[in-house]
Design a protein around this ligand. Structure first.
Ligand SMILES: Cc1cc2nc3c(=O)[nH]c(=O)nc-3n(C[C@H](O)[C@H](O)[C@H](O)COP(=O)(O)O)c2cc1C
Length: 330
C-alpha cells in the first residue's frame, strides 16, 4: 500500500505536465490513499481560451501524468472524474487500490522528465508509420482518438485553419496581452513560457506556419541542411478528437494528449501541442467539417517529428513547487 510520500512524489511528477502557456491551472489535495485534482480558475486565460478547453486539457494531462507516476511506483489507482456535480472545479479523485500498477502506464514514466514542447523546425526524415500507430494506440487507451492528418491537400487545409485562427486571435481583445504576459514573466517566475524555449519563426515556408506566433524568442533554429531549400519539415500532425464536447471529454482529451506526447517522447520524437485552431469557434468547426469530415469533436492538434540534425537539448520550463499548488487536507 502507498505511503503519503509516494503520493506526494507522484503529484510532484504530475506537475511536469504541459499546460497552455505554462499556466499550470491545477490544485491538488493529498489525503490518506487518495489525491484530488481541482481546477485553478484564477489561471484561466479568458481571451485565449474562452470556453476553458485548454484549461481542462492541461488538467487532464496532469491527471494522466499522475497515473503514470503512480504506476511507476507500482501503485494501481481508480479514477473518479468530475465526482461532484455541485463543484465543476473538482476534476478528479484518484484512489489508490490494493493491487499492482499498470505496466503500460509505468513504461511511459521516463518520458515525463524528458518531454519538452519543441517549437523548432523538425527533421526532413519521415516518421515511420509504426511510430504513429503506437502514439495513436497510447492516446486511444487514455481516452480520446488521435486522428492523423495525411495527404498534402488535408495538410494544407489544416495549415489554413491554423492561419485563420491566428488572424482572428490577433484581433481578439486581450489575446495579445495574455501572450505577452505569459512570455514575459518576472525574473525567477515558476510559470509562463521562457523566451529561451521559443525560436524565431522559420523562414522560407511554402505554406502558412502551423505554429503559434509567440514574441520572438532566443532559441536558435537548427541550421538548414544542404539540398533543402524551404524550411518545411516532415513533421506529422494528429488531431485529438472525442465523441462529445463536454468538460469530461476535454479532460479525457488532456489525458490522451499526455499519453500521446509521452509515447512519442519515448520513441525519441519531438512534439508540439497546438491549440489555436481549437480556441476559435469557426476554425474548430472548419477543422471538424472541412479537414477531418467527422462527427467527433476536435480538441487539440499534436505536431510530431524527429528533432532536426544538430538541434540541441531544450531547457526544461519552470514549474511552481508542490507547496504552492496544495490545498489543505479536508
Ligand atoms: C492545452 C495546451 C495547449 C497548448 N497550445 C500550444 C500552442 O498552441 N502552441 C505552442 O507552441 N505550445 C502550446 N502548448 C505547449 C505549452 O506552451 C507548454 O506545455 C508549456 O509552455 C510548458 O512547456 P513544456 O511543454 O516544454 O513543459 C500547449 C499546451 C497545452 C497543454
Amino acid at each position: 500500500m502507498s505511503q503519503p510520500d509516494d503520493l506526494a512524489g507522484a503529484v510532484e511528477r504530475a506537475l511536469r505536465a504541459p499546460s497552455v502557456h505554462n499556466t499550470q491551472p491545477w490544485l491538488w489535495r493529498i489525503g490518506r490513499g487518495s489525491v484530488e485534482l481541482h481546477a485553478d480558475w484564477t489561471r484561466h486565460l479568458a481571451a485565449t481560451d474562452p470556453d476553458r478547453r485548454d484549461l481542462l486539457l492541461s488538467c487532464g494531462a496532469a491527471l494522466h501524468h499522475l497515473l503514470v507516476a503512480l504506476a511507476a511506483r507500482d501503485i494501481a489507482a481508480q479514477v473518479d472524474r468530475l465526482p461532484d456535480p455541485e463543484n465543476s472545479g473538482h476534476l478528479a479523485t484518484v484512489v489508490v487500490q490494493p493491487c499492482t500498477g499498470d505496466p503500460q502506464d509505468a513504461a511511459l514514466a521516463p518520458g515525463i522528465e524528458r518531454r519538452r514542447t519543441d517549437r523548432r523546425r523538425m527533421s526532413h526524415r519521415a516518421v515511420p508509420s509504426r511510430h504513429i500507430r503506437s502514439v495513436v494506440e497510447q492516446g486511444t487507451r487514455a481516452g480520446a482518438i488521435p486522428v492523423p492528418v495525411t495527404g498534402r491537400a488535408l495538410r494544407q487545409r489544416l495549415s489554413t485553419a491554423l492561419a485563420h485562427a491566428a488572424h482572428t486571435q490577433a484581433q481578439t481583445p486581450g489575446y495579445l496581452a495574455e501572450l505577452q504576459s505569459w512570455t514575459h514573466r518576472h525574473a525567477g517566475a515558476r510559470d509562463g513560457i521562457p523566451l529561451a524555449n521559443v525560436p524565431p519563426h522559420p523562414v522560407g515556408l511554402i505554406e502558412p506556419s502551423a505554429l503559434r506566433n509567440f514574441p520572438t524568442g532566443r532559441l536558435s533554429q537548427p541550421s538548414q541542411l544542404a539540398g533543402h531549400g524551404a524550411a518545411d519539415d516532415a513533421a506529422e500532425f494528429l488531431v485529438l478528437v472525442t465523441h462529445g464536447d463536454e468538460p469530461l471529454d476535454r479532460l479525457r482529451a488532456g489525458e490522451a494528449m499526455s499519453a500521446a506526447l509521452l509515447a512519442a517522447t519515448q520513441l525519441g520524437l519531438a512534439t508540439t501541442p497546438l491549440s489555436q485552431a481549437l480556441e476559435v469557434d469557426l476554425t474548430r468547426q472548419e477543422l471538424q467539417h472541412q479537414v477531418l469530415h467527422i462527427p467527433e469533436h476536435p480538441q487539440l492538434i499534436i505536431r510530431i517529428g524527429w528533432p532536426a540534425t544538430g538541434a540541441g537539448e531544450l531547457p526544461p520550463t519552470p514549474r511552481r513547487d508542490l507547496r504552492s499548488v496544495l490545498l489543505a487536507p479536508s
